[in-house]
Design a binder for this molecule. Structure first.
Ligand SMILES: Nc1ncnc2c1ncn2[C@@H]1O[C@H](COP(=O)(O)OP(=O)(O)O)[C@@H](O)[C@H]1O
Ligand SMILES: [Mg+2]
Length: 276
């Protein structure tokens, strides 16, 4: 092993790696803990709907009412499944490897978990999804980043507002941009340089729903984005709002292996994937 003498003793670098892994695990548990009360309420709401429609269906024997009741029960059941899947997706120790990933389902899964909270604070979610290539990402981790950004956005708009979620391809860098923009209170210039520091917070502790106040959210976002060879940018205007943009690398599709196709009899050369 190394010069530490005791082969069982981890080197300082190994210790740092172990501590980083433990920190990430702790951050994940914190994020999950923060979501538990929100999603349990949401789950309960949907269950109430399901139970009520089941009662209606049992009371009314006519086909039309029963059909409608079944539809509502089915929709509610599906919603419950999405909520539990969202939580399980975060909790599960999925592979930490980077894989070609579609951002839209990740965004939708994150929103399901926060929908109730957003409507409680009168926050409208505006989705502006453009056609973008798959990114090379660990879905689990990007979902953690998104949830953190969405919770921060919500907390910056105590009296309601709009969250814009936007995906777009940045032609200049060839990366995919995922932007979370809010119409909240903004970040003063002198704080902007510190918001990604571990333990930097302007909150007095967890809010009424048990979220925030640790100063760990953005530090974790930055760590995750960096491990994706990506970048995270912030723009903010006090009184107007804040936008965080993740820049993520595109998952390169494997180069076509077939040799270039020539069709001499027709005098035409096939062009691969270059249609407008
Ligand atoms: N969308 C936002 N609008 C305004 N301020 C923000 C926003 N996101 C982050 N901040 C500021 O950055 C600080 C650090 O955020 P974060 O690391 O998530 O920790 P916490 O949310 O626990 O305070 C927050 O306390 C807040 O001052
Ligand atoms: Mg936060």
């Amino acid at each position: 092993m190394t010069s530490s003498g005791n082969p069982a003793e981890p080197t300082p670098n190994e210790q740092i790696a172990i501590l980083k892994r433990q920190l990430r695990e702790a951050q994940k548990l914190t994020a999950l803990g923060e979501l538990v009360s929100t999603t349990t309420h949401e789950f309960n709401n949907v269950l109430t709907t399901i139970i009520n429609y089941a009662k209606i269906g049992m009371r009314h024997k006519d086909a039309a009412t029963r059909d409608k009741a079944f539809e509502k029960i089915l929709a509610g059941g599906r919603r419950c499944a999405r909520i539990t899947n969202g939580i399980l997706g975060l909790a599960r120790n999925r592979s930490e490897s980077l894989e070609p990933t579609d951002l839209v389902p990740l965004i939708e899964d994150s929103l399901v978990l926060l929908e109730r909270e957003m409507s409680k604070y009168r926050i409208r979610v505006d989705k502006q999804f453009h056609d973008v290539p798959l990114v090379l990402a660990c879905g689990n981790q990007i979902q953690q980043v998104l949830i953190n950004l969405l919770i921060n956005a919500r907390q910056a708009m105590p009296n309601g507002g709009v969250v814009i979620l936007r995906t777009a391809l940045d032609e200049a860098t060839g990366m995919v941009d995922l932007t979370v923009r809010d119409t909240g209170k903004g970040i003063p210039q002198e704080q902007l340089g510190h918001i990604f520091d571990r333990f930097f917070t302007t909150k007095r502790g967890p809010d009424a729903s048990g979220k925030g106040g640790t100063g760990l959210g953005l530090a974790m976002c930055r760590d995750i984005v960096q491990s994706h060879q990506g970048r995270i940018r912030v723009e903010s205007t006090v009184g107007k709002g804040t936008a965080f943009t993740l820049k993520l690398p595109v998952a390169k599709t494997p180069a076509p292996t077939a040799p270039p196709l020539t069709l001499p009899t027709l005098g035409v050369q096939a062009q691969a994937g270059n249609q407008a």
